[in-house]
Design a protein around this ligand. Structure first.
Ligand code: PMP
Length: 446
């Protein structure tokens, strides 16, 4: 057995010894949920960690072990767990009714915050997830332009509705199981950070194309879009009468006006989710008033867009409390902390002689096992997934909770001591991997 295999086996055994309650819960889960799971993106073998509670920047698993949370529910928890102001907002609102079945003032207030922070957003509608947000934005684009097709980037993730479920992972030309072939036929697949290829595709299909949807930084991979790529998309879409949709579900936490503010680019529509609900299920989409007017219910032929929990008072209250605390200064501090952490992680990899590339922007980053530069989803997909899984396990066993793919997300309640613990633990784990890679096989009789 190689030393790396021995390390993997040891860490797996440690995980299983540490987490018997998670194992038992997983066995129960398998009796009532397919494969014991209800969220593909958080699933891993042999079974995921079951968490009992969170507080501040920590989580506790079902066996009582404490973890530093460096995932923050895939970016949505900007102030960690159980922040007093957010808890108070939710509790106060719950006492007045969680949802009332009609309009409320909190919706107006949160819509005002979004419109104020993001100048391209003149009108906004609420929904309950990022999936619904991208679906709503793309439907507006199709209704407004009268064209049927959309273009998304290979490797881009915009949620789970049919059109955006195409080309999320390789092979990019396959229709995923259960996705309507009709929907797939109306999706063109561009290449992230490849303007020449993508612009040519847009021009070739312009008469059929309603919208181009793109993340200004990919959530999977934490790969920032080049400004020239986004600028080019803005120009070519404008020339072709195609609407440009920025999916800022993840990137809205990176600047008061999202990454579109950082790049100075004005998309036609924007989708939001994650932090705008302050830890409650949330989504929103908005943009040009003339495009969003396709949803104006007082106009004949408007798009019908209902949702039992759209704009519910509890989510709105949690979102408002969260964004109130997350102003430009708080965002700036968090991004600066992220820049430092990214540099430290990269330095740790260099110290241990590992081919590792840490990508990202501000408070969101990802560690890739591969030599850089890594700027496209295709390059990110070619990195070493075995080492990625091993690092995930090493960190779990050392009390650090991350995404299996090694995306790291900071929160405002992670102070310097927590950031130091995190970078030290990753450094130690990288050291173990490096030593195992260099070591002689173990357990082999000579
Ligand atoms: N767009 C992006 C960029 C995302 O990262 C995600 C989820 N991670 C979504 C849309 C979908 O959001 P949700 O999971 O709330 O449906």
């Amino acid at each position: 057995m190689t030393a790396l295999e021995a390390l993997e086996a040891r860490e797996l055994t440690t995980y299983q010894h540490r987490t018997p309650q998670s194992h038992a819960l997983f066995a129960r889960a398998r009796q009532v949920m397919p494969g014991g799971d209800t969220r593909t993106g958080t699933f891993y073998l042999p079974y995921p960690l079951f968490v009992a509670r969170g507080e501040g920047c920590h989580l506790w698993d079902a066996d009582g072990h404490q973890y530093l949370d460096v995932l923050n529910n895939f970016t949505s928890l900007v102030h960690g767990h159980g922040h007093t102001a957010v808890v108070r907002a939710i509790a106060d609102q719950a006492a007045k009714g969680t949802v009332h079945g009609t309009a409320n003032a909190l919706q107006v207030a949160l819509a005002e915050v979004l419109c104020k922070r993001v100048p391209s957003v003149e009108r906004v509608r609420f929904c309950n997830s990022g999936t619904e947000a991208t679906m709503g934005a793309l439907r507006a684009a199709k209704a407004f332009t009268g064209r049927p097709k959309i273009l998304k980037m290979a490797g881009g993730y915009h949620g789970s509705h049919d059109q955006v479920a195409i080309a999320v992972s390789a092979p990019y030309d396959a229709v995923p199981p259960g996705v309507s072939p009709g929907a797939a036929a109306e999706v063109l697949v561009g290449r992230f950070n490849d303007l020449e290829y993508t612009a040519a595709l847009i021009r070739a299909h312009a008469s059929q194309l309603a919208a181009v949807i793109v993340e200004p930084m990919t959530g999977t991979g934490a790969l920032p879009a080049d400004r020239a790529f986004l600028d080019g998309l803005r120009q070519v879409t404008a020339e072709c009468g195609v609407l440009l949709v920025f999916d800022e579900v993840i990137t809205f936490r990176l600047a008061p006006g999202g990454l579109q503010e950082v790049h100075g680019i004005c998309p036609d529509l924007t989708s939001f989710g994650k932090i705008i609900g302050g830890g409650m299920p949330a989504g929103a989409f908005g943009g040009r008033a003339d495009v969003m007017a396709t949803y104006d219910p007082s106009r004949p032929g408007a798009i019908s867009h209902s949702g039992t929990y759209n704009g519910n008072a509890t989510t709105m209250a949690a979102g408002l409390a969260t964004l109130r605390l997350f102003d430009g200064a708080a965002i700036g501090r968090l991004n600066a902390a992220g820049d430092t952490v990214r540099a430290r992680l990269q330095a740790a990899a260099v110290k241990h002689g590992l081919a590792v590339t840490v990508t990202g922007y501000g408070s969101i980053m990802q560690l890739h096992f591969g030599a850089g530069p890594i700027t496209t989803p295709e390059q990110a997909a070619a990195t070493d997934k075995r080492l990625t899984r091993l690092l995930h396990l090493l960190l779990l066993n050392r009390g650090v909770f991350t995404a299996t793919r090694q995306t790291y997300v900071l929160s405002t309640v992670m102070h310097q001591a927590a950031l130091d613990v995190f970078t030290d633990r990753v450094g130690d784990a990288l050291g173990e991997i490096a030593r195992a890679q260099k070591a002689a096989p173990v357990g082999v009789a000579s």
